[in-house]
Design a protein around this ligand. Sequence first.
Ligand SMILES: *[C@@H]1O[C@H](CO)[C@@H](O)[C@H](O)[C@H]1NC(C)=O
Ligand SMILES: *[C@@H]1O[C@H](CO)[C@@H](O)[C@H](O)[C@H]1NC(C)=O
Ligand SMILES: *[C@@H]1O[C@H](CO)[C@@H](O)[C@H](O)[C@H]1NC(C)=O
Ligand SMILES: *[C@@H]1O[C@H](CO)[C@@H](O)[C@H](O)[C@H]1NC(C)=O
Ligand SMILES: *[C@@H]1O[C@H](CO)[C@@H](O)[C@H](O)[C@H]1NC(C)=O
Ligand SMILES: *[C@@H]1O[C@H](CO)[C@@H](O)[C@H](O)[C@H]1NC(C)=O
Length: 467
Amino acid sequence: MTAQRTFLIVLFYIYLHFSHGFTKDDFTKDDDICWDHPHASDYPECDFVKSRQRLVCFNGLKDEWRARAENVQILILCEWPKATFDSHEVLREFAFLRKLIIANSNLTRLSTAFPIKAQFLEKINVTGTKLHTFPKDAFSNLRSLRCLDLRNNALEEINVTAFNTPALKHIFLAGNPLRCTEDTAWILDPNEGSAASKVVDKDKLLCATPYDGRPLLPIVEIIATLKKECKQTVCDCELIYVVGRAGKLTQKQLIAFTSVNCSHRGLIEMPNFLPANTTTLRLTGNKIKDLTPLTINPVYKSVLDLYIDDNLVESIVRLEGSDWLDHFRLLNLRGNKLIDLPTYALENALHNGNVAGLYLGNNSWTCDCQFTPSFQDLLIRHSNLVKDINDIRCALMSDNDNSNKQIRDLTRTEICISPDEDSWLHPLDVLNIVLASLIFLVLGKLLYDYWSFKKTGKLPWIVAKIP
Ligand SMILES: *[C@@H]1O[C@H](CO)[C@@H](O)[C@H](O)[C@H]1NC(C)=O
Ligand SMILES: *[C@@H]1O[C@H](CO)[C@@H](O)[C@H](O)[C@H]1NC(C)=O
Ligand SMILES: *[C@@H]1O[C@H](CO)[C@@H](O)[C@H](O)[C@H]1NC(C)=O
Ligand SMILES: *[C@@H]1O[C@H](CO)[C@@H](O)[C@H](O)[C@H]1NC(C)=O
Ligand SMILES: *[C@@H]1O[C@H](CO)[C@@H](O)[C@H](O)[C@H]1NC(C)=O
Ligand SMILES: *[C@@H]1O[C@H](CO)[C@@H](O)[C@H](O)[C@H]1NC(C)=O
């Protein structure tokens, strides 16, 4: 029993020994070597497997190996010690190289193009590094290059001209913090033979900030469409953010939020056309008078935030009862020519629950007994939404006591008694005085008649006349 057991244990160790040996030398997949055998020392260390013509080096490349470079078909560089990799210099002697792997290192830059001498190089795999830049012509000398794996690096932008080598068929780019901008639109090119068609893991690409973790393809598509539509306007357009409908991030499920900036463009009316899904529209500092397009032009349906400050808007009566007024989120009307507004309609709008901000300051508001009390009520009731309540003041007028006063702080007396109304000549006052005089007259006559009846027993003339 014990002998049998000892025998088994010995067998197991023999197995372990050999399997370990094989793993290290022959059978490990080339791709994983840098990760499977992490290395601790600071000096270059190489290991050549003759049967596979494979040279594995950690921490740099020793000169002694350059001399024997002709024998190397597979070169694996793990933990490359420098931030740059000068392929021209490093690979000079490796004329028969077929496969190059650089992995698990802090490399940030390929500084030169791969040399023409590496004419048999079929596969380049630079993964798990900090690679950020490579020259536009990095791979252009490599006639045999078929496969380029650049996954899990720090690439933000790629100039596709770099992929312009005839034999290249497969490119991997996932795991890079790619910037989703108009410049990435090359990825949408559907043509056969285009750089985009070679990228095999297109669907796995994700955007970096500001669209963190969103799928690159649909975002770039949205941006490309936006830029195209933006050319039809005089404005600047920007995709602000994208959310997934019900958490899903597939193409059909994305909701885009777009900001369009048409500030200071000398516009005299609101634009007729806006890119689809415009949610924020800036029209600051134009000469716009009329807000009617908000209610009739369907391009404004998606606009939630409207900045139309410093314009010439005189009235927002046209918005009364409109869908837009019921759905907006932010409306900035500072610095216009408003003198009053439909308080009742606005009150309803502020109750819709979407509104997050309303700016009405720096207009020439009327301060009279008819408009101001309800306006003041509205301002006070919604003082959390009216963001510039301190700037909402009565119009500047030299002959008025309320000139430039904050409407919020006016008292009812200040609002409703103005100098004109004190005057004797006010028709209502005149009527009141007349009526009061008449009452005294009637009472006086009654007293006189009573006194006269007691004294003389004579009925008043009018009683005598009534039958
Ligand atoms: C490149 O190397 C990584 C590991 O470093 C590996 O996961 C990947 O499969 C390799 N790419 C190709 C195309 O073989
Ligand atoms: C890369 O840099 C980090 C931080 O400086 C260090 O901890 C790590 O060991 C380096 N990795 C390699 C492979 O040199
Ligand atoms: C890519 O490189 C080409 C060739 O030098 C240049 O003309 C082009 O402008 C570059 N594209 C980008 C997006 O930088
Ligand atoms: C843009 O708006 C249209 C309707 O106007 C809608 O069908 C589409 O889903 C929106 N697209 C995005 C990305 O939100
Ligand atoms: C909008 O455009 C104007 C003029 O081009 C610019 O001054 C302003 O900073 C822009 N606003 C935003 C929020 O981008
Ligand atoms: C108020 O609006 C006028 C134009 O209507 C502008 O010139 C002025 O700078 C604005 N003042 C403030 C404090 O916003």
